[in-house]
Design a protein around this ligand. Structure first.
Ligand code: AOF
Ligand code: ZN
Length: 366
């Protein structure tokens, strides 16, 4: 049985924010619950960039009756004029008596000033309730607002021996249905999905979100240093979501023009022969892509990991062993380290059992 206390209401606010992941673009997900005289009088969630913040929706629902209430907010209320006016001022104007905040807003335009404004107005402010859950929830927003580069989640589904396919290239299917449903939910929650051109050539994937309920399709990003992507590829022709191809200055200008004529955005990153991945992340960040789901193959996974561009690793394993040595592609293809002490280490490890599959995730230590 739930116990009614501050945590009870903050969890509700976090639950609401959690369900809006994927639909707020470069903005955070935020939930707000307003409680007065023992009852909830307003609920709000930020749903889309450019529209009302969580506090505004909740206070609108409270319809002028928030005097003396407590507001639970998952992120520090904003203090600035962005696409919408400052929430801190609105909380003050409504006469809210107490504000409980889960975590500070790292946006340099806010960064503590929202909390300061509330305190200066005599509001009782508490910060840090369920902070780690709130920070985790907005890890993509936090990375992007501080670095202007996308948060990258590397996802793979492999055999127990780390293979993405057999030695003949057969890869359907490795993981079970439950794992695949989670992957589609992850697609919905990222603004971009990134693969190497070899994956497009081998599998011709659509890279869309397909779940029991409709979801949002991520922008498709293909890393293709010499523009080998076929013009007939699904990502070029199906029109289901925008497609960006990242290439180098060494690529064939005629193929580039043909792709652009087909509606593909071509980004040149580096002189060649390989795409400058670091610069590509900066360019994609400038295009306001704040999160990317990296779905391989092994070479791109390896390069991204080696370059320190991966923020979270999510590995699904099926109870299969296929061998095949270097003929069978592995999840991480890169020259490798010489000493075990130089291995890429994952911290904050989480393990989830999904029927006969298992998901292991963590954060690479930099
Ligand atoms: C809040 N409540 O629900 C959200 C906040 O361009 P704007 O006006 O939408 O402002 C975006 C910034 O506001 C965003 O970068 C973050 O700092 C904060 N988001 N703040 O008080 C909310 N979504
Ligand atoms: Zn706000």
């Amino acid at each position: 049985m739930d116990i009614m206390n501050d945590q009870f209401y903050m969890s509700l606010a976090l639950d609401m924010a959690e369900r809006a992941q994927g639909q707020t673009g470069i903005n955070p997900v935020v939930g707000c619950v307003v409680v007065k005289d023992g009852a909830v009088i307003g609920l709000g969630t930020h749903l889309q960039r450019g529209t009302g913040h969580a506090e505004v929706h909740a206070l609108n629902m409270a319809a002028g009756k928030a005097q003396g209430s407590t507001a639970y907010v998952t992120l520090e209320p904003c203090s600035h004029y962005g696409k919408t006016p400052p929430c801190s001022q609105r909380l003050i104007d409504e006469g809210v008596a107490r504000v409980v905040v889960a975590c500070e807003d790292p946006n340099p335009q806010v960064a503590g000033r929202g909390i300061e404004m509330l305190r200066e107005a005599g509001i009782d402010v508490e910060v840090g309730l369920l902070r780690s859950r709130a920070l985790r929830l907005n890890e993509k927003f936090i990375k992007y607002i501080l670095t202007k580069q996308p948060f990258v989640t590397l996802k793979s589904a492999s055999t127990l021996d780390g293979k993405l396919a057999t030695k003949t290239g057969d890869s359907k299917w490795i993981s079970n249905g439950q794992a695949r449903e989670i992957v589609h939910t992850m697609r919905h929650r990222h603004q971009g999905i990134m693969v190497g051109v070899n994956t497009v050539i081998a599998d011709n994937p659509s890279l869309t979100t397909r779940m029991e309920v409709p979801g949002l399709h991520p922008i498709r990003i293909v890393i293709d240093s010499s523009l080998r992507i076929p013009l007939e590829s699904a990502v070029v022709t199906d029109g289901q979501a925008p497609t960006i191809v990242v290439t180098t200055a060494a690529a064939d200008p005629a193929h580039k023009a043909a792709l652009e004529a087909a509606g593909v955005t071509v980004v040149v990153s580096g002189a060649g022969p390989r795409v400058d991945l670091q610069a590509a992340m900066v360019a994609l960040g400038e295009m306001e892509i704040s999160s990317i789901l990296l779905e391989g193959g092994g070479t791109l996974n390896g390069s991204m990991l080696e370059s320190g561009l991966v923020d979270r690793v999510v590995l699904f394993f099926a109870p299969k062993i296929v061998g095949g040595g270097s003929q069978a592609a592995g999840t991480f293809e890169f020259p490798g380290v010489e000493q075990m002490k130089d291995a890429v280490l994952l911290e904050g490890l989480e393990v989830e059992v999904l029927g006969d599959n298992v998901c292991i995730s963590g954060t690479p230590v930099r």
